[in-house]
Design a protein around this ligand. Structure first.
Ligand SMILES: O=c1ccn([C@@H]2O[C@H](COP(=O)(O)O)[C@@H](O)[C@H]2O)c(=O)[nH]1
Length: 270
């Protein structure tokens, strides 16, 4: 992030985007879309975030495209954050951890998104595997979709909003880490004011910029004093500029510049 800027660009091959790029909704088009996006951005943005669902819908061949994208993006110097949002009982989390966080796996990624809403403790295998591999985990706290609030804002038995319970767990995982810890939180850029304590001492992934309506200028309002730890994430807002490599790069550069301005002029970080 220091050298490339903070932006995370999502690789979300929606059927509608494949069509907009003049491609079909088929495996060859998925491969072309993904290869173009990696070629355009992996040597310049800090993080690429493939959305696993859009690859899984093509079955094992789609997953093979995803594996290649992970390998090529990492080889070009981007961190790969696998947006898989896995969450299950601990014994099954163990298998997910092997899939995304074991260095010998073809899907090994620098980090993976996980859901703590089966209980934060159920994530332990992923947290442990990430620590062993020098990788990271991004835990859903307050998601960018409006429906998330009915679960995430619920008051827990001790009076804290459920999302705050998760954020406090994340902070505990990161305690003592130099600079920032490797357990991040997902907090939507769409929230207006997060209304929770975001001092988790880890990176804060902020999806929702672009197609979901948030802009870089919204980040200081949502994240306050924590805005310097934000990894803003855009998928369709960049991808819609394809299939041209130059246009994809320009779109990513524009978002990066807007984020830098928003962070530099944020009242709490000046
Ligand atoms: O709270 C969340 C967590 C993850 N996402 C994912 O990010 C991208 C957003 O895509 P856009 O095209 O920029 O809207 C997508 O893969 C989501 O699954 C999120 O939006 N919100």
């Amino acid at each position: 992030m220091d050298t490339r800027g903070p932006l995370c660009v999502g690789i979300d091959p929606h059927g509608s985007l494949l069509t907009a790029w003049g491609l079909g909704d088929d495996l060859a088009s998925l491969e072309r879309f993904t290869r173009t996006t990696v070629e355009a951005l992996a040597d310049r943005v800090a993080v690429l975030k493939p959305q696993s669902a859009f690859f899984e819908r093509f079955g094992s061949r789609g997953v093979a495209v995803l594996e290649k994208a992970v390998e090529e993006a990492r080889a070009a110097g981007a961190l790969v954050l696998m947006d898989a949002k896995r969450g299950d009982i601990g014994s099954t989390m163990e298998a997910y951890a092997q899939t995304y966080l074991d260095k010998d796996s073809p899907l090994f990624s620098d980090a993976v998104t996980v859901s703590p809403y089966l209980g934060f403790g159920s994530l332990r295998p992923a947290l442990d595997a990430a620590a062993v591999s020098g990788a990271g985990v991004f835990v859903l706290a307050l998601t960018s979709n409006p429906e998330g609030a009915e679960v995430q804002r619920v008051t827990a038995a001790d009076g804290r909003p459920l999302a705050q319970v998760m954020l406090d767990h994340i902070a505990a995982e990161n305690r003592g880490a130099p600079v920032l810890g490797s357990v991040g939180a997902v907090v939507g850029a769409t929230l207006g004011d997060a209304g929770v304590d975001l001092a988790v001492h880890g990176p804060l992934l902020a999806p929702g910029i672009g197609a979901q309506g948030a802009t870089p200028a919204d980040l200081p309002g949502v994240f306050g004093a924590a805005v310097g730890n934000v990894v803003p994430s855009v998928s369709r807002g960049v991808l819609r500029h394809g299939p041209g490599v130059a246009a994809l790069r320009e779109a990513a550069e524009r978002f990066t510049a807007e984020v830098r301005t928003a962070v530099a002029t944020a009242p709490d970080t000046r």
